[in-house]
Design a protein. Structure first.
Length: 371
């Protein structure tokens, strides 16, 4: 073999070696997708696609009593919030029985609602939901009040015999709600879809509720749900790390799962719960599980990505959040101080306490660095 041929072979081997090296370093999803009778199941491994952070969080807004806002804009409690298409922020304060509205820069715009049972008044409001031009406010007294984006009262809807705990509007004006079902044979939480104006109701799914006859587990898994950009409902089964997707007609069509390491409940945590419930009315029998559920809350953003709060913590004691792409693949993890409340248009909104114990609304800008 002459020198020229030898050099060509060496060059070719170098190129192949470089290609293999680059291929090995490029991250890839290690999960599987199976189809069972029309149901797509995305099975994620324990580790995300990207071992290193691929999204950065930069705090760019803080709203709260001690941040210099005028007295009229100082909400007593950050109960719930939602964001409209202009990125205006709607903060519900149950203690004030009012909704506070801020623009995207955090400037106070207006407030609406006051205590009472009359039209436009709010009786113990517990959550809000925006859809187009309408704002739904769920009240403890089984009433749902609707306002326009300027805070003008439109109408009230009655939940009738239903005990609604959570309610959200989809883009079609359907009302999705978690309904308490205190059947002695088996208490449960039902996910119900109400047609516009609460004209009819259909059950989508259900999960167990606390059963006083068997004892109360303060760490029991609690199913929650979100509506994605296509009006699909994502329903969580946190005991086994399962997220179920139902289409707008109520048919289950996809599941997302992940292998996880369960977090053991410490004796200190159990003692904290005992003390917290010691003065509760009645004789509550406590029954503790050995491990926490796989995760707690989760949120869906404008693209369909999921942000799932686990019970694992980072080195600073902040909860780790698993992030899934719109296809249901586990891609990365993030953490931050405070409780997540909303993610929309690459902005993350959460509830945080400052050093003096005051509650603030904090917004982070998300910057993605995916390959």
């Amino acid at each position: 073999m002459n020198n020229q041929v030898l050099r060509c072979w060496l060059l070719l081997l170098a190129v192949i070696s470089l290609f293999i090296s680059c291929t090995e370093k490029k991250p890839g999803w290690k999960g599987t997708i199976v189809n069972e009778d029309g149901l797509t199941i995305i099975k994620n491994p324990k580790l995300p696609v990207y071992a290193k952070p691929v999204v950065t969080l930069e705090r760019d807004l803080v709203i709260g009593e001690k941040t210099g806002i005028e007295k009229e804009a100082a909400f007593s409690e950050l109960t719930f919030l939602d964001i409209d298409r202009d990125d205006s922020i709607y903060v519900l304060s149950s203690k004030d029985s009012a909704v506070f509205v801020f623009d995207r820069e955090g400037r106070f715009l207006r407030r609406f609602g006051k205590p009472g049972n009359g039209p436009g008044e709010l009786n113990m409001p517990i959550m809000i939901s925006l859809s187009g031009e309408e704002i739904l406010v769920l009240e403890m007294g089984r009433r749902l009040s609707l306002f326009d984006r300027n805070g003008e009262f439109l109408r009230a809807l009655s939940a009738k015999e239903y005990w609604i705990l959570v309610a959200t509007l989809d883009s079609r004006k359907n009302v999705y709600a978690t309904v308490g079902n205190m059947d002695p044979a088996g208490p449960s939480y039902l996910l119900i879809r109400f047609a516009p104006e609460m004209k009819s109701a259909s059950e989508i799914s259900r999960s167990p509720a606390p059963d006083a006859t068997r004892g109360f587990n303060p760490f029991m898994p609690v199913s929650r749900w979100q509506i994605d950009p296509a009006d699909n409902v994502i329903y969580s089964r946190p005991a086994d790390y399962v997220l179920e997707y139902y289409n707008p007609e109520g048919k289950l069509f996809k599941k997302v799962t992940r292998v996880f390491e369960p977090v053991k409940i410490t004796e200190e945590e159990k003692e904290e719960r005992r003390k917290a419930l010691a003065e509760a009315p009645g004789n509550i029998k406590l029954v503790f599980s050995e491990y926490r559920p796989a995760f707690n809350r989760f949120y869906c953003d404008h693209l369909g990505r999921l942000y799932v709060q686990t019970y694992e913590k980072d080195s600073d004691g902040n909860y780790l959040h698993d992030v899934f792409d719109p296809e249901g693949r586990f891609i990365t993890r993030i953490s931050f101080k405070g409780q997540l409340l909303k993610v929309v248009r690459n902005r993350l909104y959460c509830r945080e306490e400052d050093e003096e114990g005051y509650e603030n609304l904090v917004r982070y800008q998300l910057t993605w660095k995916l390959n």
